[in-house]
Design a protein around this ligand. Sequence first.
Ligand SMILES: Cc1ncc(COP(=O)(O)O)c(C=O)c1O
Length: 479
Amino acid sequence: MYQQLYDWFRRAIAGGQLRPGQRVPSTRNLAAELKISRMPVMGAFEQLLAEGYLETFVGAGTCVARSIPDDTLSSPALKSRKGLQGRVEKRSPRRMSRRGAALAQTPTQTWLDNLGAFRVSLPALDHFPIRVWSKLVSRHSRKPPKGIMAYGDAMGYLPFREAIAEYLGAVRGVRCDSSQILVTTGSQQALQISAQVLLDPKDRLWMEEPGYPGARQAFMTVGAQLIPVRVDHDGMNVAEIIRRGRDARAVYVTPSHQYPMGMMMSAARRMLLLNWAVRSGAWIIEDDYDSEYRFASRPIASLQGLDTDGRVIYVGTFSKVMFPALRLGYMVVPNDLVRAFSAARDAADIFSSTLYQAVLTDFIREGHFARHIRRMRMLYMERRRALVNAIHIQTGDMLEIIGAEAGMHLVALLPPGTDDVAVCIKAAQKGVSAIPLSTCYLKRPTRGGVILGYGGANENQIHDGIVSLRSALESCSSR
Ligand SMILES: Cc1ncc(COP(=O)(O)O)c(C=O)c1O
């Protein structure tokens, strides 16, 4: 009752039904009139007095505050709002930065609205060792020390950074020590911070074409000029960069498992790219987002491990090997850039949740992490096989599968001339979440396709998902 009265008066004052200086009934009269107790009326008036909507004068009782200017109350913006919680009026575009305007052009992605079959980047959540995880969470939260609850270091929790440095050295061939590890809120933040530290507006950055749209967004927020470089079966076409890239500040690349096409960058191209970066003083941002999952061979060593000039900023994530909502990722920063990156992280959101950094440290140190990856590698290999079979059986040669036996997704090219956005919208209506390949291009693609994640879908879901996808495809082709 108190809240209703308070809201009613506030709305009436803001909406101009009660004018500045106008007397309002006494709490006694109002309570009698409304046939309620005086308590809620007094409570509401007290709040309105404290917030300056009402004022009292000895002998004159309570009035609407005269300090609320008349023209504020009658301004079109206020009038158009039906009360304070009303619907916001449609406006013509208001001025914002060019970067903001460009970001507003990002198309809505209805295919990401559901977690159905083929959701890209979704791991097998039902296979996550949740009992072990919750035990570790409760171990750390039962008697939390100060260090876990107070502000922490912008670079991250030291034992966690040590565990990451060891893991990267042993498994990914990354050369670093813990002082270079910056813990981030997923690799998306690592890309965003890299953009802020390395690029000025209009600086030129080379991106794989097709490439990862999240990286494009991150680099757009600093106003960088993005230049597409084609990928072929050996990855990014480095010769094109050497030919045209003299004034480039940086290059963004996914050498272990090109996103989205899935090929691996050849050793020769890796060397060419590193040499070019040294000669031209450019930075290489290496996004190593899912290289733990390689089925036919051992994981490929990182580009960072070949770098002798501190040119590579290495980015990794726990989103695929653990779960995305954990929001923990990391980057390996060249020594001379550590101060700048640490300050940028501090400016962004200070640091990541120490509790989950501590829990994950134990999860790694006690062997659960390596075991989980081993199990998921087997599972994803089976799921990939099931998806490839389902595509062949259900769609014949309508779809052309691209991508190495690695990671958690593959690309299926659609028949030439098919609109992949239309197919994905239709598929989303059937509960299937496929990403249109064309959204990964800066220029117009020659052929549409769909990116299909298989990590989070079991065999039945894969089968049903492909049946739905085929029907979406047929309804789009027959138009
Ligand atoms: C290539 C690539 N990089 C980065 C990310 C971002 O991952 P996160 O911010 O969850 O670590 C993704 C997510 O799908 C990705 O596919």
